[in-house]
Design a binder for this molecule. Structure first.
Ligand code: AMP
Length: 296
């Protein structure tokens, strides 16, 4: 008896760009809407929530796993980034992904590759100020992946909020015929956002990281009480964060579309995104929270 749990077809796994184009072409010829979830692997519930959303939207779904060297700085964790491919493949299969694209760098950046996508403005602050070249790497690989898969919709997590805004900007500016869908951050039971990099944290460091969801709860409660300036929304909280983190790269309230930092006494006529990057031990963590929009 055949097993029809998810779909009549087994998941296609390929590293070849030509095969992706061929399979997506078949899906489209069969009248399917094509959805796409790009990832760097080491999959967790955050990634899986994107795949689920893609299928819930009725898409024929493609996912990619590619640890993109172009978005890592020279002193960053490219070499030690986790790559549990067999586990990832079976998670994709369980989620009913139709095609998994896992390219090699020789195919993504062949000899002579020299075209880069640079998004200006919105990439300058927040992570952009601490990871020079990072968003150039992200925008380039995402543009390439979108042009390989040519999906109708592509799904990204709000966990990487600045990245989501950079990709929206790029897709609009390059007239890519793709709908960019931002999806809620998935958190662990203790409120810490799921991240492949959480695996680097020791148990003690993990405990220190709980300061972050604590800030979000406090900000959420202040917002609920009607606090409407960045100064009052964040009063005392930077100190609290600095007590638990080894380094605070940034922690501030930003306009949700332009990512301009809100003035301390500016009356907030929008729901700001409060975003941070910290180092705890050797691990760099980012998270963000938009009061009145995000749940906890
Ligand atoms: P990454 O593998 O870290 O490049 O992430 C791939 C995609 O998953 C990106 O769109 C991320 O924003 C998204 N993602 C990562 N962590 C989470 C999370 N905790 N909740 C929702 N989406 C996430």
């Amino acid at each position: 008896v055949p097993n029809f749990i998810h779909s009549e077809n087994a998941m296609i796994v390929t590293g070849k760009i030509g095969e992706v184009r061929k399979e997506v072409g078949k899906a489209r010829a069969a009248g399917r809407t094509v959805g796409f979830v790009p990832t760097m692997g080491a999959l967790h519930e955050g990634h899986l929530s994107l795949m689920r959303r893609c299928r819930e939207d009725g898409c024929w779904s493609a996912a990619s796993i590619y640890v993109n060297p172009a978005q890592f700085g020279p002193r960053e964790d490219l070499d030690k980034y986790p790559r549990p491919f067999e586990k990832d493949r079976s998670l994709c299969e369980k989620e009913g992904v139709d095609l998994l694209f896992a390219p090699a760098s020789a195919d993504m950046y062949p000899e002579g590759h020299s075209t880069w996508v640079t998004v200006e403005g919105i990439t300058e602050g927040l992570c952009g100020a601490f990871r020079p070249g990072h968003f150039r790497g992200v925008a380039t690989v995402v543009a390439k992946l979108l042009l390989i898969v040519l999906p109708d919709a592509a799904y990204f997590g709000r966990k990487d909020y600045q990245q989501l805004k950079v990709i929206e900007r790029m897709a609009a500016d390059l007239n890519l015929p793709v709908r960019i869908v931002g999806c809620p951050t998935v958190r662990d039971g203790d409120g810490i956002a799921l991240s492949s990099r959480n695996a680097y944290l020791s148990p003690k460091e993990r405990e220190r990281a709980r300061v972050i969801p604590g800030l979000w709860r406090e900000i959420s409660s202040r917002w609920g009480r009607g606090v409407r300036t960045a100064g009052d929304l964040l009063a005392g909280l930077a100190g609290e964060l600095a007590k638990h983190a080894d380094t605070v790269e940034y922690f501030a309230a930003y306009h949700p579309e332009t990512l301009r930092e809100a003035g301390k006494d500016e009356a907030l006529a929008f729901n700001p995104v409060v975003a941070l990057a910290v180092r705890i031990g050797a691990t760099r963590l980012i998270d963000n929270f938009q009061p009145g929009v995000d749940g906890l």
